[in-house]
Design a protein around this ligand. Structure first.
Ligand code: KIV
Ligand code: NA
Length: 266
């Protein structure tokens, strides 16, 4: 099998097929998820929470993401590899962002993801024009948890929704290939997706995004217990982790996940 490219993801999008993304942090899970047909593996800075045990993503370093990216790359043959730029590795300047993105690309990433809207547009343009594809991330941006005042649904007021839409257009205009939309009302995510000609990937953003991303530990209920509203436990009724991942992929592709019970109203 050949590894998927940015062009292959664009073809899925143009054909109206959902892009299925899972977070992944190691080679064994990469092998498992790749075998279940997951299109894209995100080495998320959520590894600060689920792997390292921190209560925010803020302590995660470029070296941490690079280490896990290399492992995920070694464990997979087909999935597109997307790596998060951690807190403090890109906000300072386009040059700083480029230097740190290079380390992630060298570790095996095919694209990097960074949080923020119009204020990051110049940085996105700088990276893309120099050979580094970029995915944006809007809505609940966990690296800004202390400014947001907690992990809360974003884009609820008319003004915030308008700002988010403008941010998405600014990222697209700057050359971003995809945008993750996290924890926003489904109607807003639907509007933004319709306004763009690039892929939107939802997490807590309703069913109308061009694809969905799931944190692998959440989808597999590790550790067992209460999770965010948008999380579905795909181990429920599954015979194995492989079966759970395959069911998750199928549920995204047939539109049955996320359902109304996983979705925020306006
Ligand atoms: O770090 C992460 O896992 C993410 C996804 C939740 C989109 O950024
Ligand atoms: Na992240």
């Amino acid at each position: 099998t050949r590894r998927l490219t940015q062009g292959d993801l664009a073809k899925l999008y143009q054909a109206g097929e959902k892009v299925v993304m899972f977070t992944c942090y190691d080679a064994s899970f990469a092998r498992l998820l790749d075998g279940a047909g997951i299109d894209c593996l995100l080495i998320g800075d959520s590894l600060g929470n689920v792997i390292q045990g921190h209560d925010t993503t803020l302590p995660v370093t470029v070296a941490d993401i690079a280490y896990h990216t290399a492992a995920v790359k070694r464990g997979s043959d087909r999935a597109f590899i997307l790596a998060d730029m951690p807190f403090g590795s890109y906000q300072e300047s386009p040059e700083q962002a480029f230097r740190n993105a290079v380390a992630l690309m060298a570790a095996g990433a095919q694209m990097v993801k960074l949080e923020g809207g119009a204020e990051m547009a110049a940085t996105v343009r700088f990276l893309v024009s120099r050979g580094i594809p970029v995915c944006g991330h809007l809505g609940l941006t966990p690296q800004s948890v202390h400014v947001l005042g907690g992990y809360k649904v974003q884009g609820k007021s008319e003004a915030a929704a308008q700002r988010l839409k403008e941010d998405a257009l600014a990222l697209q205009e700057a050359g971003a290939t995809m945008i993750v939309l996290e924890a926003i009302p489904a109607a807003l995510a639907s509007d933004v997706t319709a306004a763009l000609n690039i892929i939107t990937i939802g997490i807590g953003a309703g069913k109308d995004c061009s694809g969905q991303v799931m944190v692998v530990h959440d989808a597999f209920d590790i550790p067992p217990g209460r999770k965010a509203k948008f999380v579905r436990n795909f181990m429920d009724g599954a015979s194995s982790l492989h079966d759970a991942a395959s069911r998750a992929a199928a549920a995204v592709r047939d539109g049955s996940y996320p359902g109304p019970e996983h979705t925020y109203a306006g």
